[in-house]
Ligand binder design. Sequence first.
Ligand code: ADP
Ligand code: MG
Length: 626
Amino acid sequence: MTTGNINVSVENIFPLIKKFLYSDHEIFLRELISNATDATLKLKHLTNIGEAKGVEYGNPVIEVKIDKEGKKLHIIDQGLGMTAEEVQKYINEIAFSGAEEFLEKYKDSAKDSGIIGHFGLGFYSAFMVADKVEIITKSYKDEPAAHWTCDGSPNYTLDESDKSERGTEIILHINKDSEEFLEENRISELLIKYNKFMPVPIKFGTREETIKEGEGDDATDKQITVDNIINNPEPAWTKQPADLKDEDYLNFYRELYPMQFEEPLFHIHLNVDYPFNLTGILYFPKLSNEINLQKDKIQLFQNQVFVTDNVEGIVPEFLTMLRGVIDSPDIPLNVSRSYLQADGNVKKISSYITRKVADKLKSLFNENREDFEKKWNDIKVVIEYGMLSEDKFYEKADKFALYPTVDDEYFTFEELIEKVKENQTDKDGKTILLYASNQDAQHSYITEAKDRGYQVLILDSPIVSHLMQKLETSKENISFARVDSDSLDNLIKKDEEKISKLSEEEKETLKGVLENAVPKEKFSVQLESLDSNASPFVITQPEFMRRMKEMSATGGGMFGMGNMPEMYNLVVNTNHELIGQILNTKTKAKQERLINQSVDLARLSQGLLKGEELTNFIKRSYNMIK
Ligand code: ADP
Ligand code: MG
């Protein structure tokens, strides 16, 4: 027997491992199964290249076993195993990464065999949950098996063992604080979380399965006991896109998110190997009415080992609303987010993903525009957010981002300008793009605009005010205006002479009367000589003010604008018959009643009449008709 002192630079590294290294103790299992997988894939590689002569690779599985009474957890593999010398080297010399050396030796041929790089301390993370760890291992080489034991201090023992089958068994003597890892449910949960798609089958207990015995009518059901394999070693993203049908992508989505019942809108298969290695499948979910946006996220893997579902910094922020997996060995782990963002590979990965998503959207748009229009409502938030946050995406999306009208037509920006240029360009050469945010609430304004042959867009996503702001600064001579932000004559000023039916003096009087009748802090009276058929009173809310408030509600806009009180304009059409009537009414009480009733109607059509004022309005109206 050999005993020795593990050569570590820090005097006692184990308490350090236990306390600081990983906040998440549970990852020990991922590390040990990763090692077992590495050992199995290494053996496969060696047999493939003829280095392991006379070795039968067979159908190796990795087994996880709980010994509740003995308070032990076993992880058993049929991989390449270790000789005593190798245990000494790879396990005792902590800083030595066997995988690194292996990769160095077989650099080019090993690249494709999917050997897992290191996550950190790997094997030693076992001491986070165990008082004592044993390794019983037999190498594929013709050498006696080895038995290594370490009780958590830097002292170890190394002995011979009578293990006869090739492979490694790790035995963890679970410590008092970690007894949760002796529970079947807990281990099962971890295996599903981290190892669901690992490339070597993982057995955890057995399960009952019903099979048919016999032929045709004579067939009977029979219960058999089979290995409970918890993983799918060949998940869809590891295959070539050409080998997958839509159905396969859908099935994989269900496998990833078993609790998600809605189907995704479409998928994007990622597959590059230069200048970095990345595979994956992203799905666009329906985002409208999404309640568990937070729950089903993109999952990051490294060579099929789950790492995290926090892909912030790796996937551009606007795409974190998507679902699916990305798998890349080229993303540094166990580093801070800020380091991650500065990493060259990560930057390249992020812009690759952005480009792939943009290209996919473009091809969907080109290939089946009708379908793309149908999906627009569900994907627009992601696209609009992307246009706002990534300039590269903005450039590409300009070709396929859609602007729907209240009549359910969908224009690209270019098409839209083409369509409205003639009718909606004002006397200064600016093209005004009218929009509504709510068809019902702004119905009367929309109708009026349509009567003039104007196109009214329906722009209702939460961040669209930011996008309008961006479009206005990056495109030339265009401006967005909500239909209820002013009178149409003011929104799209044409070079027409306006004739007023009222004299300047009459206007002055009218203005005074109206200002006395409506609350000054809320409404400012604005007299306009409009078409005599246009409404006598209209309430508008200036575009700038409202947009700034909306922008600050969704983060941004101008400082302090969010707290400004709501201000409205009361647009009065001096050419309307009713206005003349109000002006000429001699009885003060009657004049007041006409004004109140009219202004209330205007407020009603903006949805601004509520509470006591609404009650009074209704009472007054009944009195008038009885
Ligand atoms: P890494 O996996 O990054 O190399 P670990 O600390 O996880 O680091 O493992 C150290 C080394 O121990 C491995 O590189 C490998 O050589 C050896 N090793 C660990 N577990 C096994 C195993 N199950 N079978 C064979 N070798 C193993
Ligand atoms: Mg490891």
